[in-house]
Write a protein that binds this ligand. Structure first.
Ligand code: SF4
Length: 480
């Protein structure tokens, strides 16, 4: 689901942010119960709002709540007011600026001549504005500015004109961009993944029921077994107690988002056959091989840099230490008024462990760096705690271009790496040195190549046509 550009967390600076999580349950038990557990396991992909749409045998009932899954649904669970039924879909929405009401949260539900239709979507439809205008001219009303509402209306229109199979195929031709989506049409469920497979989607079995989710860890937590990934370009239909592949339409090249392995996905997930934890460990090891440095300890930026830091430590033999305490009770985003209080605000979240860092030459590892604001503040507090040298090592290549496929990085001026080399980045954040993982190192760590990964935000060349941007066949960065 496309969002408004993110307003930067005033305390910690910007981290790339995922826009959503999706889950679907087709089975024999309470769908709400399974969706609730699933959404809790996928909370890292979206914290602003959550919702479920459950088919009760006659119609689809929607329940949307604000904030964290357990808090939002708690009053409904306590009062026994959760939707009943054994088939349903769920959605977690990532926090966005300016859209604080629940109308824009998923799943979306519309009533059509083919019955109720609900949709949960993770990704971003790049041509949603023109499609919205086209639909508006035909009299379709819109409640929100989201691309998911456009997507659902396109699907409904095409199904009405051509039936389910041909209609979904036609909708996939019309919709450009990234989408891992789950559609509910009355009691039938459809898992839909765009032809390039930008965002993950996986299928599993729990007892006699089926689960489709953004990440495999959901299936583990539900006590199920993984069947396989939903392949790029696939539509899987769930009906009559089983599933079958309705459409298979992959693109000639795939475009899995490399950031799923770098940062977004849980380390206990497997994305498109690659263990997230293992790929992160390899990123750290590759980074060590590419950019070694003399140091006493390796410390991670918690929690995002942990696995890459461990990989760096394993490859170099430099001791891994926890040099920063992360306050787990601090809110994700919070505001303390006044510029001078910002360092205190960082320390509420992250405080150095003086006995670990004092008089040490430190390799400080994080998974990625966008604006550099967070890193600059961390370096400052580490220096104040006595660190002798701080060498920053980043477990992914520099981000130099926006994302148009579902990650909240929209404007170039936020990227510290855009017009700066590593030396200049080091100067601007106050580090003794900075080094990033190379693109080759990243591909090697994930075990995929140019024809399988999206590297758009690293190269400025996109696997799909985006207005005003370069497509991959253009091979220079001159126009950046
Ligand atoms: S542009 Fe970057 S963040 Fe966006 S999908 Fe591609 S790799 Fe992922």
């Amino acid at each position: 689901m496309a969002s408004q550009p993110q307003s930067c967390d005033p305390i910690t600076g910007l981290k790339p942010s995922e826009n959503c999580a999706v889950v679907g349950y087709y089975g024999t038990d309470s769908a709400f119960e399974k969706l609730y557990i699933s959404l809790r396991t996928l909370q890292h992909r979206g914290q602003e709002a959550s919702g479920v749409a459950v088919f009760d045998g006659r119609r689809i009932n929607l329940l949307k709540v604000d904030g964290y899954v357990f808090e939002g649904f708690k009053p409904y669970i306590e009062k026994g007011q959760t939707p009943e039924g054994t088939t349903g879909i769920g959605h977690n929405r990532y926090s966005t600026a300016g859209q604080k009401n629940l109308t824009g949260a998923g799943p979306f539900l519309i009533s059509t001549s083919n019955g109720d239709m609900a949709l949960s979507h993770n990704g971003e439809i790049v041509n949603h504005n023109e499609l919205r205008e086209e639909l508006k001219e035909k009299g379709v009303p819109f409640l929100t500015k989201t691309d998911t509402e456009v997507m659902l209306n396109i699907i409904a229109r095409e199904i009405k004109l051509k039936g389910v199979k041909a209609g979904l195929r036609s909708a996939m031709d019309i919709l450009k961009g990234s989408y891992s989506a789950i559609l509910l049409i009355q009691g039938k469920m459809y898992a839909i993944r765009d032809p390039m497979g930008f965002r993950p989607l996986i299928l599993g079995k729990v007892g006699n029921s089926y689960v489709v989710a953004s990440e495999s860890s959901t299936i583990d937590v539900l006590g199920g077994t993984i069947i396989r990934d939903v392949d790029p370009g696939e539509v899987i239909e769930f009906s009559d107690g089983t599933y079958n592949v309705l459409i298979r339409n992959p693109a000639t090249r795939l475009a899995h988002c490399m950031f799923e392995w770098v940062y977004f996905a849980r380390p206990d997930s497997i994305i498109d056959g690659k263990e997230v934890y293992d790929t992160r460990l390899r990123m750290g090891m590759e980074l060590a091989e590419e950019s070694p440095v003399e140091a006493d300890i390796v410390i991670p930026v918690p929690d995002s840099g942990r696995t890459q830091a461990l990989g760096y430590s394993v490859a170099t033999g430099i001791q891994y230490s926890e040099g920063l305490f992360k306050n787990r009770y601090s809110e994700r985003t919070f505001i303390i008024p006044g510029e001078t209080n910002r360092d205190i605000a960082v320390k509420i979240k992250l405080n150095p462990i003086r006995s670990v860092v004092d008089r040490k030459r430190i390799v400080l590892v994080d998974d990625s760096i966008v604006r550099g604001t967070t890193m600059k503040r961390i370096i400052s507090i580490l220096r104040n705690a006595g660190a002798k040298e701080i060498h920053v090592r980043i477990g992914s290549p520099p981000i130099v271009a926006p994302c148009y496929f579902g990650i909240d990085m929209k404007t170039r001026d936020q990227f510290i790496a855009l017009n700066k080399n590593e030396k200049e980045v080091a100067e601007s954040i106050g580090a003794d040195s900075v080094a990033y993982l190379s693109i080759e190192g990243l591909k090697k760590s994930i075990g995929m190549g140019d024809m399988e990964l999206c590297l758009g935000c690293l190269t400025g060349r996109y696997p799909l046509r985006v207005e005003g941007e370069m497509e991959e066949k253009q091979t220079t960065l001159d126009q950046l």
